[in-house]
Design a protein around this ligand. Structure first.
Ligand code: 5GP
Ligand code: ZN
Length: 129
């Protein structure tokens, strides 16, 4: 059983800050900012693309509830991200969404996706529609 499944079943300790029927939120053990929280489906799915839409609704409720709770720290914004696949930085193969409050005076930089690349948008568009 994966570590997040164990947390979901309360077999492993975590600072759980919110839960509903099918989603749970707990503090990231290595926070990127004060209040960095992870939102997971209680059931195991490898990533958020595998999560059925009705469960995604509970995840969305959890994200909103967490952001509301995090207002106690007066954040100036949030990054809400989910890494899918190792190339994208996913380490824990149980779907999770990072809720990272951002502060004007924090040392860490907000998440950046790097420099834009040159690509033929017309060609990309045609491949997608
Ligand atoms: P990923 O890189 O897979 O998107 O993010 C995994 C996150 O889970 C990391 O930010 C890491 O700090 C966090 N994490 C890994 N193991 C544990 C754990 O046992 N407990 C908690 N609370 N967070 C964890
Ligand atoms: Zn799991």
């Amino acid at each position: 059983m994966c570590i997040f499944c164990k947390i979901a079943k309360k077999e492993e300790k975590a600072y759980v800050v919110y839960e509903n029927e099918r989603a749970m939120a707990f503090l990231d053990i290595n926070p990127l900012s004060k209040g960095h929280t992870l939102v997971i489906p209680k059931e195991h799915y490898e990533n958020i693309l595998q999560v059925p839409s009705d469960i995604a609704k509970d995840l969305h409720e959890a994200i909103k509830a967490v952001c509301e709770k995090l207002k106690v720290f007066n954040p100036d914004g949030f990054n809400i991200v989910s890494n899918i696949g190792r190339q994208a930085g996913q380490v824990i193969m149980h779907a999770h969404i990072h809720v990272i409050p951002r502060y004007k005076d924090e040392e860490g930089k907000p998440i950046s996706f790097g420099k834009p690349i040159k690509v033929d948008l017309e060609e990309v568009y045609k491949a997608l529609v």
